[in-house]
Design a protein around this ligand. Structure first.
Ligand SMILES: C[S@@+](CC[C@H](N)C(=O)[O-])C[C@H]1O[C@@H](n2cnc3c(N)ncnc32)[C@H](O)[C@@H]1O
Length: 288
């Protein structure tokens, strides 16, 4: 990690026991989002982007050593492991409830997922009173092929876009921006809930000292640019509670939005702070 931080420019670090809105803005917060968000006041953000664990239920890697098969954890995806759907649903419900509390009445939330989790996530949101505005299909122009040939290649992800409750009014929707994307993707004159974009590759992809991907699910900036441009205005506060490499923050800062970025894994949080050129705040409630 030192090499990654050095390459990107090591971020300044500060530890805090309790955060306020002021001390959360425009920096990366290293901590558990449930604890971090509980410090923040009601109705303080204009936009939430949530890219949570998908609970892929990947098998643990089998490793054959000296002819003996052992099972090892892949540290790369430890954050995606839950013991059951019930545990996943409970975690996601608590995250959604906190996001809902932090959303201004005019705020919207985007949640991204795949078939692994998106149906559960949608149901949990509806149970909490969120009102879904659109489900956007991201059609990946360069998906990871299904090499085994046992089923079709999954070339899509879904983004749910919602207000915090059915009565919410005055949310930001930049229709001209939606039209621009429909025209670019399909030559269509009407807005469409399908986006055609490649996955994150090339120079945009953050890499560790060994040249391997730093994060397994780094999202492309062009995808988050659509989210930010379509549903927020300059000066708005955007929140990413599970920020990984900080893609939302990178886009938000470039587009003149303020951001609150939280990530629990030190490696990712440090890389995000270095990427954004902002301080890393270590949330340590135990200090209080
Ligand atoms: C799907 S990834 C986000 C990727 C990110 N959008 C990007 O472009 O790099 C989900 C992230 O949530 C983080 N995470 C999981 N549980 C968390 C929690 N309780 N608090 C904060 N972050 C958490 C994981 O460490 C992981 O980096």
């Amino acid at each position: 990690m030192a090499a990654v931080a050095a390459a990107l420019g090591a971020p300044a670090r500060e530890g805090v026991a309790r955060l306020s809105l002021d001390t959360s803005l425009d920096r990366v917060i290293l901590g558990d989002c449930l604890k971090v968000l509980s410090d923040l006041p009601d109705e303080c953000v204009d936009l939430v982007f949530l890219d949570p664990p998908y609970y892929l239920q990947l098998p643990r890697k089998k490793l054959v050593r000296w002819g003996v098969a052992t099972e090892v954890d892949s540290p790369e995806r430890e954050w995606d492991r839950f013991s059951s759907f019930a545990e996943y649903d409970d975690f996601m419900t608590r995250v959604f409830a906190e996001c809902q509390r932090l959303m201004k009445p005019s705020a919207t939330i985007w949640v991204i997922g795949t078939y692994h989790n998106i149906y559960r996530v949608g149901a949990l949101m509806q149970d909490l009173g969120f009102w879904i505005l659109n489900d956007v299909t991201w059609f990946k122009t360069n998906p990871m092929p299904n090499w085994l040939g046992v089923r079709m290649t999954n070339a899509t992800e879904t983004l749910l876009w919602a207000v915090r409750d059915r009565r919410a009014k005055g949310y930001t929707y930049n229709a001209a921006v939606a039209k621009e994307y429909a025209k670019a993707d399909f030559g269509s004159r009407i807005t469409l809930n399908v986006w055609r974009l490649p996955i994150c590759t090339g120079n945009e992809r953050l890499r560790g000292p060994d040249g391997a991907k730093l994060h397994p699910t780094q999202k492309p900036e062009r995808l988050l640019e659509r989210v930010v441009r379509l549903s927020s205005a300059r000066g708005h506060i955007v929140l990413d509670p599970m920020a990984g490499t900080g893609t939302l923050g990178a886009v938000a800062s470039r587009l003149g939005r303020r951001f609150i970025i939280v990530e629990r894994e030190p490696t990712y949080a440090e890389a995000a702070a270095a990427r954004l050129g902002v301080p890393l705040v270590v949330h340590e409630p135990g200090l209080a």
